[in-house]
Design a protein around this ligand. Structure first.
Ligand SMILES: [Fe+2]
Ligand SMILES: [Fe+2]
Length: 222
């Protein structure tokens, strides 16, 4: 039975979760499963989670009071607005409504109810057919997905053997490793690891084998 208490909501705390080792928890909607990463309450408020739809499942129709951000990790996610294969980045702004589901089954990374004020854009980006840009140093390439105020969301690709200078996260940093592995002074992070580095933290990351990651920064305060 899922706890009703909040989880990992002190954003001054560093959190590392290997989602490969977590149990899938049944949602109220049959065939929809979740791994909670951070949440305010069981079924409301701010939530970050992995969500899995079994094949031929449909979630209840719902509004998003303060927005919904989704990255499709596997399979095909769908709603009345379209079909979204793996690699699609989606933003459904505050007040939007949909009836999501999946015929094929799918795996999603979902952040609920965390839109910055005045951010009302509906966004769908097929990251497999988007324009990657050179990163700020050799070995890195980047795909900007969204920016509002100081909050930035990007995909970042590391070539094998790339290291990044020590840097501080003024507004925090949240990473989901999509493939490969990277490491820093505090540990190693392989595919499926989610980590949240608080505002004011710093590290010196490096990737020996190369990796692909989803990175959100600037959304946390001290
Ligand atoms: Fe939704
Ligand atoms: Fe960082």
């Amino acid at each position: 039975m899922e706890s009703l208490t909040s989880l990992n909501m002190d954003r001054q705390q560093r959190v590392v979760i290997d989602t490969n080792n977590q149990l899938w928890i049944a949602s109220p909607s049959p065939g929809v499963w979740r791994i909670p990463l951070e949440r305010e309450a069981a079924e409301s408020g701010q939530v970050t989670s992995l969500v899995r739809y079994d094949a031929n499942t449909h979630f209840t129709a719902h509004f998003h009071p303060n927005g919904e951000e989704i990255f499709v990790l596997d399979g095909i996610f769908q709603d009345e607005h379209g079909h979204y294969p793996a690699g699609t980045y989606i933003r459904n702004p505050p007040g939007s409504f949909h009836s999501p589901g999946s015929d094929s089954g799918c795996l999603l990374y979902v952040k609920l109810n965390m839109f910055p004020p005045h951010d009302d854009d509906m966004i769908r980006i097929d990251t497999h057919n988007a324009n990657w840009q050179p990163g700020i140093q050799n070995g890195l390439s980047t795909l900007p997905l969204h920016g509002c105020g100081r909050e930035q969301t990007i995909m970042l690709r590391w070539q094998p053997g790339t290291s990044f200078p020590s840097h501080q996260h003024d507004g925090g940093e949240e990473v989901l490793v999509l493939s490969g592995e990277f490491h820093d002074e505090l540990g190693k992070y392989k595919e499926g690891v989610w980590l949240r580095n608080p505002a004011g933290s710093s590290h010196q990351p490096e990737s020996t084998e190369g990796c692909l990651m989803l990175v959100k920064s600037g959304h946390m305060s001290k």
